[in-house]
Design a protein around this ligand. Structure first.
Ligand code: FAD
Length: 405
């Protein structure tokens, strides 16, 4: 039987190993991860784990019972596809089939690297370093009003810290949402007692001395007190180690996978935050940095690995992307994918506690963002999946369930 080696023991890697067993794969499965910890889930790191209301977020998977060999604290350093060898910090590892699931790494703030009191939030170690920082209830500056910045600001306010969020764009979530949709979210910061400063770039971070507070210096010269700085300015695929391997990479460094999540190199797959795939549904390549993609993609990878032996090709990977965020006491959910050319239709008052925005393309629902309206999300996701034609007038009535015209 063939041996599968999975690199990266996050959600996508763990799910790939589990899916292989669930789908009946009997060959050897080895899961290699750079971090020393038992594999864990990331979303709680900016929520319960950060606040200390949950101890950890280790996956509830019995690797031994499933016959999955874990090699933790082992970093992949290079790939020699011609010889089917993965080079790691513990030496070369041979594979028959390799799955790349190394996820993403957070972008660093230029000039702030190594400055004491400057934090990222991606790993369990990061979250554990930040917990006592929150407990001190001091001044915290969050750089970036994206998903992670908003969730961290929420936790820090809950913990009683003074929070200033510094954002270079004119609004929160500028990379993800159009101005009209992000506009109502601006008020969420103030409601939670956090200061949001837009059009503000960090010039430099001045660390505090013993007992004294440090400062963040902005491009307009103003100084914001900061005992700690948390940087949430996006993430990029963790693929630098693949340079020169022959694996095709895209402009963001993501592995370019096909619609069955195969890479440009035979016997090598890529899944989760590290890879993009061509979406038949949306007619463009998608690079998704969300949890659900790291849950769904692995099923296609496992089916294709098993199918390659039996001659059965799985269906193309063509999900309706989905994610959620918990921020400022609100449950925000998004399904689908929209572009600036799609028409927006509002359901409900964006100043209120619950509302939804739908994106329509030629009267078909392509995406929706639901705030405190989980039923809209569930119904909308099904309509996107089915490609149903909608009546925009009916979609706009928040009292009517989302359904076909
Ligand atoms: P990762 O989780 O990044 O796992 C990759 C693993 O590979 C890591 O453990 C890494 O150490 C390891 N690795 C990297 N390079 C190497 C190497 N060279 N050798 C060996 N191992 C390597 N998504 C949502 O939809 N909703 C949320 O509310 C949400 N909250 C989040 C909160 C936080 C704080 C973070 C960081 C992310 C959140 N996400 C959320 C995103 C979601 O967690 C990710 O999309 C998901 O973790 C992706 O899984 P992955 O396995 O592809 O990558």
């Amino acid at each position: 039987e063939h041996g599968v080696v999975v690199v990266g023991a996050g959600m996508a890697g763990v799910q790939t190993a589990v899916a292989l067993r669930e789908q009946g794969f009997t060959g050897s499965v080895t899961l290699i991860g750079a971090e020393p910890h038992q594999p864990y889930d990331r979303p709680p790191l900016s929520k319960a784990v950060l606040l200390g209301t949950a101890e950890g977020s280790a996956f509830d998977v019995d690797f031994e019972a499933l016959g999955i060999t874990l090699r933790l604290g082992c970093e992949a350093l290079g790939l020699r596809p011609g010889r089917h060898l993965l080079d790691t910090s513990a030496g070369p590892v041979p594979y028959d089939v390799l799955v790349l699931a190394t996820g993403a790494e957070p972008n660093r703030l230029p000039g702030a690297e190594g400055v004491p009191g400057v934090h990222l939030l991606r790993t369990l170690d990061d979250a554990e370093r930040l917990r006592p920082v929150l407990a001190r209830q001091h001044d915290i500056v969050v750089v970036g009003a994206g998903w992670i910045g908003a969730e961290f600001a929420t936790a820090a306010r809950e913990a009683g810290c003074a929070v200033t969020v510094v954002e270079a764009a004119d609004r929160p979530l500028a990379g993800a949402l159009p101005a009209e949709v992000a506009a109502p979210m601006t008020a969420w910061y103030a409601d939670a007692g956090a200061v949001l400063r837009t059009h503000a770039r960090v010039e430099r971070v001045e660390p505090g001395d013993a007992g004294g507070s440090g400062h963040v210096v902005l491009d307009d010269g103003s100084r914001v007190p900061a005992d700690a700085v948390v940087v949430g300015i996006g993430a990029r695929p963790a693929t630098a180690w693949l340079a020169g391997s022959g694996i095709g990479l895209g402009t963001h460094g993501e592995v370019l996978a096909d619609d069955r999540l195969r890479t440009s190199v035979p016997d090598v797959y890529a899944v989760g935050d590290c890879a993009s795939f061509p979406s038949g549904r949306y007619g463009e390549r998608l690079l998704v940095h969300h949890w659900d993609n790291a849950l769904q993609g692995p099923r296609t990878v496992a089916a294709d690995i098993i199918g390659a032996a039996t001659g059965e090709a799985p269906a193309a990977y063509d999900p309706v992307p989905y994610f959620w965020s918990e921020q400022f006491g609100r449950f925000v959910q998004y399904a689908g994918h929209h572009t600036a050319a799609d028409a927006t239709v509002w359901r409900g008052d964006p100043a209120g506690p619950a509302w939804t925005v739908c994106w329509l393309r030629e009267d078909r629902l392509v995406a929706l963002l639901a705030v405190g309206r989980p039923r809209d999300l569930a119904q909308g996701k099904r309509l996107i999946q089915a490609g149903t034609t909608m009546d925009p007038g009916l979609v706009a009535d928040p009292a009517r369930p989302l359904k076909a015209a």
